[in-house]
Design a protein around this ligand. Structure first.
Ligand code: TYD
Length: 209
């Protein structure tokens, strides 16, 4: 089967709160599996055992963390994630379907918290070091107006409780990354139906084979 012989794919989904990443990662994961491919679903933060503890600090800190410590904690989580969940599986021939990655850090900590203004260079160096130069084949951005998308959320975490101005900055951060790297990022309208979005995503992914 030609589907099974291809090199492993590293596909990332990014987007703000309520953008439907979980639905789309799941649909793509299942479709690749049905084709007989080896696929690993993974998300950040918190997919390793130490990373799970870091996630609890990040999502439960009640505003105690400053932007730099928040950034460093997300990168610590990512470092563990690459070492334990991403690199060994790509090397073992698995496709990775990843819910959030560096795009979220640059959008939330960079733009949302404003760290990009003062620490852009250091953010890039730390992030590239953590990812050991591994880079996704495709990054799907599920984009939409935060005020509209956030109505879909049932139980809010500390990030989701941030004011709408914060989420507008996060959106700006995602869009500016996507526009700067059209080769890897694909912007999708998150308000479209689940099936329409999945078919668009599938068109792109099947084009990689
Ligand atoms: P989570 O409950 O996993 O939400 P989601 O389903 O939206 O991914 O919470 C993760 C939160 O952490 C989410 O609000 C986005 C935020 N985040 C950052 O601020 N920076 C990052 O680098 C990452 C990976 C996530």
């Amino acid at each position: 089967m030609p589907w099974q012989k291809q090199k492993p794919l590293f596909i990332v989904f990014e987007g703000g709160e309520g953008s439907g990443k979980t639905t789309q990662t799941t649909l793509l994961f299942q479709r690749l599996k049905r084709l007989g491919r080896q696929v690993k679903y993974n998300d950040e933060p918190g997919s390793t055992s130490a990373g799970f503890k870091i996630r609890n600090i990040l999502l439960g800190s009640q505003g105690e963390l400053d932007p730099l410590s928040e950034f460093l904690l997300f990168e610590s989580d990512r470092s563990l994630d690459y070492k334990q969940n991403i690199i060994p599986f790509l090397q073992g021939g698995f496709d990775i379907i990843q819910d959030r990655n560096f795009g979220s850090t640059f959008a939330y900590q960079g733009y949302g918290r404003g760290l990009i203004k003062t620490h852009e260079k250091i953010m890039k160096i730390v992030d590239e070091t953590v990812r050991q130069k591994y880079y996704p084949d495709i990054i799907f951005l599920l984009d939409g107006n935060p005020a509209q998308l956030m109505r879909r959320i049932k139980k809010a975490t500390s990030f989701e409780k941030e004011k709408i101005a914060f989420h507008n900055l996060v959106r700006k951060g995602f869009l500016s990354q996507a526009r700067a790297d059209r080769k890897h990022w694909i912007i999708l309208d998150a308000t479209k139906s689940q099936q329409t979005l999945h078919e668009k995503i599938w068109q792109t992914v099947s084009g990689l084979f």
